[in-house]
Design a binder for this molecule. Structure first.
Ligand code: HEC
Length: 214
């Protein structure tokens, strides 16, 4: 009996970890196995905070680590291009306010989109809160959002306007792009590196997502 329950817990744990991983990865495939994790509590989805931009903004130049607001330890990660409102500078880091969508029943993620498809900030443990303050090294931040995307934008239009006029990322939501890009990727056959850049560009600039530069 005891053996059985330990085994069950282990299995559940494995499933959970597997899901966490595939949901945070920049997966460009349409068959993201993770949707099952979130459909369970779909009825509880509540937008706690509508993101709006005020004051000075800083953007993560790459997928990078997020520190506690006193800068002492790594508490999680953020995806490339995500923006934060500046609170103040402190040594080699900037203290920032995380703005995004928080889903009831999901304490580890702040989402980039209101459909809760793209986790922007993911904590290792603990709980996200409204107006959460975090710290990020200055070296991983820029105030010029377009700087982050200029290469990806070029690669996107280079790969995706061969057969038809390029489609604006704003034509589709992240969820729709998962399907459309999945199909079009087979046509465009980008290199592995370009695939990553194109997907990062699409998901951040899609309808309802976070990037504002054009
Ligand atoms: C080899 C030719 C080719 C390349 C390269 C190509 N496409 Fe397409 N695309 C097509 C064709 C053909 C259609 C129309 C048929 C269809 O809708 O399936 C289409 C349709 C589309 C549509 C409209 C379909 C919809 O559901 O809105 C979008 C959006 C799109 N492509 C995006 C892209 C993106 C993004 C890329 C770059 C990764 C790309 N395409 C590269 C051939 C191509």
């Amino acid at each position: 009996m005891r053996k059985l329950s330990v085994f069950t817990i282990l299995l559940a744990g494995l499933f959970f970890v597997g899901c966490q991983e595939s949901s945070t990865k920049s997966s460009s495939s349409s068959e993201s196995s993770c949707h099952t994790c979130f459909t369970l509590d779909e009825t509880q989805q509540v937008v706690v905070e509508k993101p709006k931009r005020e004051g000075v903004y800083h953007f993560a130049t790459e997928d990078t680590q997020v520190y506690s607001s006193d800068g002492s330890k790594v508490i999680g990660s953020v995806i490339k291009g995500y923006g934060f409102a500046e609170v103040k500078e402190q040594g080699d880091k900037v203290i920032l306010k995380a703005v995004g969508y928080i889903k009831d029943g999901d304490s580890l993620n702040i989402y980039a989109d209101e459909d809760f498809i793209l986790p922007a900030i993911t904590l290792k443990e603990g709980s996200v809160v409204k107006d959460m303050e975090v710290a990020i090294p200055k070296a991983k931040l820029t105030k010029t959002e377009s700087e982050i995307w200029s290469k990806s934008e070029f690669i996107y239009y280079d790969n995706c306007s061969m057969c038809h006029a390029a489609h604006s990322p704003k034509e589709h939501t992240i969820q729709e792009w998962e399907g459309v890009y999945g199909t079009m990727k087979a046509f465009a056959m980008p290199t592995e590196e370009d695939d990553k850049l194109i997907w990062e560009y699409l998901r951040s600039h899609s309808k309802g997502s976070f990037a504002l530069d054009e």
